[in-house]
Design a protein around this ligand. Structure first.
Ligand code: AFP
Length: 336
């Protein structure tokens, strides 16, 4: 099989399709390189002193793992000097991170969850990095100025690129720049991401759902109805049996759905009143990726990419995956 590296893939989209420019290409290559460094740190685990708590809490009041802090630092260090970013935002930081004054600024905003699935680190289950790229609005003077939270609060449809890395048995980078969704597997000997899953397509139907069943008593009616029908299987309204998977690392559940279909749900409930997942750097990048692979993503009822954000760290309910199943859940919400 002809080996197409991430670099060649990006050069072709810059030169042949004019889909991206040199600054966006540099941004994606830089994030990919940072994901290689995070993959190496994750792979060292206890041997590298990487497990366990950092002894600090993040802005969400969640205890940080050593790898949360290290991954965030790796992404900040990698992205400050390129001259292609106006600012960065991270799950691990309350406010947007300004580009140091001694570096030039560029037109893009980068948002990321540096290490998603942190509760899986110490139990050796796959985790990942999720990122989203927006354009920074320019001020009256035509410059990006000093972007604050307001400049980040754009609907997901404004993303120019989105991706995630999953640090599993293999490290895979999934990426979209708006012309489909593509997967690249890390060749550790060469240190290159190789295009191994071009033009991923999600089957429109599925018989596999992913949800944290322990929250069942807390769900709203449409979600309860949908899952109960899946559990009723062949004898119930769906007329077929369903399987269940729940990794509790969004990157792993989404990657599985990209490879074989499925529906992932983290609904609102009376504990997670706005949902658990973050709109800006989890739901929106995943929604862009999933839609570009022929799937769908809503907050249960509304298309995720149409939602106008109100806060950098706002939480949202998420239903994503095989198009026909996501639409069925939206119908159940409309009927409720
Ligand atoms: P952590 O990063 O705190 O482990 O949360 C992971 C996550 O944001 C997402 O990756 C999972 O799908 C979801 O939360 C798992 O939530 P539960 O632990 O409630 O199942």
């Amino acid at each position: 099989m002809k080996r197409i590296t991430l670099t060649r893939f990006l050069i072709e989209r810059q030169r042949d399709k004019q889909l991206i420019n040199a600054d966006l290409r540099l941004l994606i290559e830089t994030v990919a390189r940072a994901c290689k460094a995070i993959s190496n740190a994750v792979g060292k685990g206890a041997v590298g002193g990487m497990l366990g708590g950092a002894g600090t809490d993040n802005v969400q009041g969640e205890a940080q793992k050593k790898l949360d802090v290290l991954s965030n630092d790796i992404l900040l260090d990698a992205n400050e000097w390129g001259g292609n970013l106006a600012a960065l935002a991270s799950e691990e930081m309350e406010d947007p991170h300004p580009i140091p004054t001694h570096f030039p600024k560029g037109e893009y905003l980068l948002l990321f969850d540096p290490l998603d699935g942190s509760s899986n680190i110490d139990v050796n289950v796959s985790i990942g990095t999720i990122f989203s790229v927006l354009r920074c609005p320019k001020g009256a003077d035509g410059t990006v100025g000093d972007p604050g939270e307001k400049e980040f609060l754009q609907p997901g449809s404004k993303q120019v690129a989105a991706g995630f890395a999953v640090y599993g048995p293999t490290t895979v980078l999934v990426l979209t720049v708006g012309d489909g969704t593509h997967g690249f597997t890390l060749d550790r000997e060469m240190g290159s991401f190789i295009l191994t899953h071009p033009d991923i397509r999600i089957p429109e139907d599925t018989a596999e759902f992913a949800i944290n069943m322990s929250n069942m008593r807390r769900w709203e009616t449409p979600v309860k109805r949908y899952i109960e029908e899946c559990l009723a299987g062949k004898t119930g309204a769906r007329g077929k049996d369903f399987n269940m998977r729940w990794v509790a690392s969004m990157v792993s559940d989404v990657y599985r759905i990209l490879t074989r279909g499925g529906i992932f749900m983290y609904p609102r409930d009376d504990k997670n009143k706005a949902g658990r997942l973050r709109l800006m750097y989890e739901a929106n990048p995943m929604a862009f990726i999933i839609e570009q692979a022929g799937g769908a993503c809503t907050d249960g009822a509304t298309r995720m990419l149409d939602i106008q954000p109100t806060g950098l760290h706002q939480r949202i309910a998420v239903v994503l995956g095989s198009k026909n199943e996501v639409e069925r859940v939206a119908q159940y919400h409309a009927q409720a």
